[in-house]
Design a binder for this molecule. Structure first.
Ligand code: COA
Length: 343
């Protein structure tokens, strides 16, 4: 597979590793079940479970919640997990496609709220790949030696950009945030990201997009009834892309990092549709216990999904220090990404 960024550790790497010092996540309290959706649109619990594996998802109350509050809470939990405070951070990276404002960035507001100012802070847009993009960028910043302690957040409140009068897209999505604290580890240079890959190809952008202006809507989609500002998706095209890419990304990550599937404790994958995950598992012969799935309870939370999975695995002890894990994502852009770690 063509991949432009490839950086397996080499003898030129610095004599320090990068440690994931803490992990956290946050989801809203409000649960939106398939039965709730039945009341809003012409759909059924049976159809949604069969086609996607989703039973319920969490959604924000937009009066007092959004990506800023979810991301902030996830980062606070990651800091607590690391035994650190906001003032200890040098840099905050916030990945989202649903930030409340483009200026100031959510990262700047989170930095102020947690007492990290004047740490650097910026938002990053990579749709469902947001968490893996932020993780890879954050790890590279620490590995460069220029930053010591970086907080990364992947967070989306997809319910704020779903048109709940339309059934083909909105049933998939939920809201969540995941965060991690990356620190320089002078003790063990072998710890950290062993391989990372960030990729994008916009030739298929029209299969998944959030238009803000009429001019951006492709001709073939002019009759699409989904509201302006809401997510539009060609489910079948994205499905084909995801199933193919999923396998390619995992094969590439394993080949470039020199690891075999049985050396990986967990493949921590974007939760897009359980059928997409099952297809990849089947094709690669991966056992159920090494591919974590929570889409049944949380739906697809875009940039929030992988960080939420990672936190649930981390807090329950299913992944621990010394383990190898592979993060795998794909999404709007279209983008795809991987990150192989020794924790
Ligand atoms: N409830 C009931 N029926 C529905 C429905 C819903 N929520 N949504 C669509 N349908 C209907 C369609 O109208 C269509 O009816 P028809 O056959 O009478 O025309 C039928 O179900 C099949 O629709 P289709 O879109 O072909 O279904 P699908 O099997 O492709 O499943 C998705 C749709 C969205 C679940 C699936 O394509 C998917 O998961 N794609 C990937 C999306 C994704 O992962 N996006 C995020 C990427 S990060």
């Amino acid at each position: 597979m063509k991949s432009k960024i490839q950086n397996p550790q080499s003898k030129n790497d610095p004599a320090f590793g990068v440690r994931i010092a803490g992990v956290g996540s946050a989801v809203p309290d409000k649960v939106l079940t398939n039965f709730d959706l039945e009341k809003l649109m012409d759909t059924s619990d049976e159809w949604i479970v069969q086609r996607t594996g989703i039973r319920e998802r969490r959604i924000v109350d937009p009066k007092h919640e959004g990506t800023f509050t979810l991301g902030r809470d996830a980062l606070r939990r990651a800091l607590a997990d690391a035994g650190m405070e906001g003032k200890d951070l040098d840099l905050i990276i916030f990945a989202s496609v649903t930030a409340e404002m483009t200026c100031p960035s959510n990262a700047c507001r989170v930095a102020l709220e947690i007492g990290a100012t004047p740490a650097g802070a910026f938002d990053l847009v990579a749709a469902c790949c947001g968490y893996v993009y932020a993780l890879n960028v954050g790890e590279s910043m620490v590995r460069s030696g220029r930053y010591q302690r970086v907080g990364i957040i992947g967070c989306d409140a997809m319910s704020t950009i779903c048109d709940y009068t339309e059934r083909s897209v909105s049933i998939l999505f939920g809201d969540a945030a995941g965060a991690a604290i990356l620190t320089r580890n002078d003790g063990d240079p072998s710890v950290g990201c062993l391989y990372q890959s960030l990729n994008a190809d916009a030739s298929m952008w029209e299969s998944l997009y959030i238009p803000r202006r009429c001019q951006e809507i492709p001709d073939k989609d002019r009759e699409n009834p989904i509201r302006m500002g809401c997510l539009r998706m060609n489910g079948r095209e994205v499905y084909k892309f995801a199933v193919t890419k999923f396998r390619e990304v995992i094969e590439d990550a394993l080949a470039k990092s020199g690891l075999t599937p049985d050396q990986i404790s967990q493949f921590i994958c974007h939760q897009s549709n359980v059928r997409i995950i099952d297809a990849a598992k089947e094709r690669m012969g991966l056992s159920d216990d090494r591919v974590y799935v929570n889409i049944d309870r949380f739906g697809n939370s875009s940039a929030g999904s992988i960080g939420l999975c990672f936190d649930q695995l981390w807090q329950s002890g299913r992944v621990k220090r010394g383990d190898h894990v592979v993060f795998v994502a794909f999404g709007g852009g279209l983008t795809w990404a991987s990150s192989v770690w020794k924790l």
